[in-house]
Design a protein around this ligand. Structure first.
Ligand code: NAD
Length: 491
């Protein structure tokens, strides 16, 4: 292709866009002050496109657009089945144009093409799921005294600010459609590292018949436009996915307005392997769980807890199979691991490798940057890790696995829970009772037994402890996206 990437003509044409702008009231627009930011390909470090860099004034425009669309009822007052038809059309359009999204996500985030294909399918599934909800958001009739009647309705919240990370840019559209299916208007602020596909999605929404102003996109730095969304009085709720530090700052900033906030934050998920497990599958899955998106997934099983009787065997399996992994561009079908998203992320991972060494963990594999172009890092395994080390407590968001031995089941759960995080946990055992004991003992929003990182739109997803609160996906997510109104009448 003219772009130099092995991509479809349609995707190449997107790369020729002069600007990945904001999408406000159905129009793709530049920032009011004309400010822009480069879109960097993490596999080369080179700029490949230009996006708008918004200011507080742009955030205000986007919020006003969403507010107007909500207040005049152009979407929420549409008949439920008409909403559903249009959302299904959106899902079909995304399916037809899926390659463009998957290819742009490779260029934007550095992810493997196979992985971005899964993300696009996840978004399609999510939109399909939520497109069935508008006609099923029933209210209820609570019993009260005989001379009174009460009914309860579920109403949209209003304008939802959706602030998202860079590690699965197209996945967030499932969350955006969840909000829209409940009748809300959305201002989506993509991560500044990955601004491209949000623009395409907003255009598809218009094509599908979602009225202008219902799905807006606001580009720019989190500290500028993200922060403005959080404090803007026209925004009724914030749905944030990202780091604990940012989530905590957002919750504090939203507090004076008592604004509803739901937070999907980081993790340091334990991946526990008992001696009776299928060790081959467990070891393969542990590797897939950390190397998959170069360790940049919130549910990565980065603390691998292995029973002492099988510890050396599992370490040999992981180190042996990871040593010759093919690291390269997400477009190369032979690549097993792509780059990290940015130079900052590469530096951060390198920093943690030094910390691990200083703390006395043993570097069993990798530890270095890979190549000298782009932001690649070797798969890295630390053994002799103690759970109080920083490399066991802090989210690295890179291809760094910490392996910790344990002696008893109780000790495994104690180590697993000894963290501020509680997003997910994995358990590998063929003992049915132990699987149930583990699922009860582990403090996490999701527990996977003999599998890992499964997600499906019907299944609520979210964290406990500092991994956040609120749920995305499943019917539970609609509790965060609607509010109940009770209407009393004397009869
Ligand atoms: P981040 O917190 O730095 O940024 C996330 C988003 O917040 C970006 O869009 C950013 O621009 C914006 N932002 C930054 N500062 C802000 C502020 N002061 N006010 C408002 N918005 C602001 O996170 P990241 O580095 O992009 O992503 C990695 C993190 O996301 C990891 O911690 C990872 O675990 C987490 N994550 C969690 C989930 C989940 O579902 N729980 C999913 C993916 C990623």
């Amino acid at each position: 292709a003219a772009s130099g990437y092995p991509i479809t003509t349609a995707t190449a044409r997107h790369l020729e866009r002069p600007l990945f702008g904001h999408v406000i009231d159905g129009e793709v627009v530049a920032s009011l002050d004309g400010a822009t930011m480069d879109v960097i390909d993490p596999a080369t470090g080179a700029p490949v496109a230009v996006a708008a860099a918004g200011s507080a004034a742009d955030a205000d425009r986007a919020v006003r657009s969403a507010r107007a669309a909500f207040d005049d009822g152009r979407w929420r007052f549409l008949a439920p089945l008409e909403k559903e038809r249009r959302l299904r059309r959106l899902s079909s359009l995304l399916a037809e144009r899926g390659d463009e999204f998957a290819e742009l996500d490779v260029i934007d985030a550095g992810l493997l093409r196979m992985y971005t294909g899964f993300i696009v399918q996840f978004a399609i599934d999510g939109i399909d799921y939520y497109s069935g909800w508008p006609s099923k958001l029933n209210g209820s009739i609570p019993p009260v005294a005989h001379d009174l009647a009460v009914y309860q309705t579920r109403e949209p919240i209003g304008v939802v600010g959706l602030i998202s990370p860079w590690n699965g840019p197209t996945a967030v559209f499932a969350m955006a459609v969840a909000a829209i299916s409940a009748g809300n208007s959305v201002v989506l602020k993509p991560a500044e590292q990955t601004p491209m596909t949000a623009v395409l999605m907003a255009e598809l929404a218009i094509e599908a018949g979602i009225p202008p102003g219902v799905f807006n996109v606001l580009q720019g730095a989190g500290e500028v436009v993200g922060a403005e969304l959080v404090t803007h009085p026209g925004v009724d709720a914030i749905s944030f996915t990202g780091s604990v530090a940012t989530g905590s700052a957002i919750q504090a900033a939203a507090a004076p307005q008592v604004k509803r906030v739901s937070l999907e934050l980081g993790g340091k998920s334990p991946f526990i392997i008992f001696p009776d497990a299928d060790l081959e599958t467990a070891a393969q899955t542990a590797m897939a769980g950390v190397w998959g998106a170069s360790g940049q997934v919130c549910t990565c099983g980065t603390r691998v807890l292995v029973h002492e009787s099988i510890h050396d065997k599992v370490v040999d399996m992981v180190v042996g199979a990871s040593r010759d992994m093919r690291i390269g561009s997400g477009f190369d079908p032979e690549s097993q691991m792509g780059p990290l998203v940015s130079a900052e992320q590469l530096e951060r991972v390198q920093g943690y490798v030094s910390i691990g060494r200083e703390e006395g963990a043993e570097l069993a594999l990798g530890g270095g940057r890979f190549g000298d172009t782009g932001f690649f890092h070797e798969p890295t395994v630390f053994t002799s890790v103690r759970n109080d080390m920083r490399i066991a407590q802090e989210e690295i968001f890179g291809p760094v696995m910490a392996i910790l031995p344990f002696a008893s089941e109780e000790e495994a759960y104690a180590i697993a829970n000894d963290t501020r995080y509680g997003l997910a946990a994995g358990v590998w055992t063929n003992d049915l009772s132990r699987a149930h004991r583990a699922s009860r003992a582990l403090r996490a929003g999701t527990v996977w037994v003999n599998t890992y990182q499964m997600v499906y739109p019907t299944v609520p997803y979210g964290g406990v402890k500092q991994s956040g609160h609120g749920r995305t996906l499943g019917a539970a997510s609609l509790d965060d996206l609607t509010q109940i109104k009770s209407v009393w009448m004397r009869v």
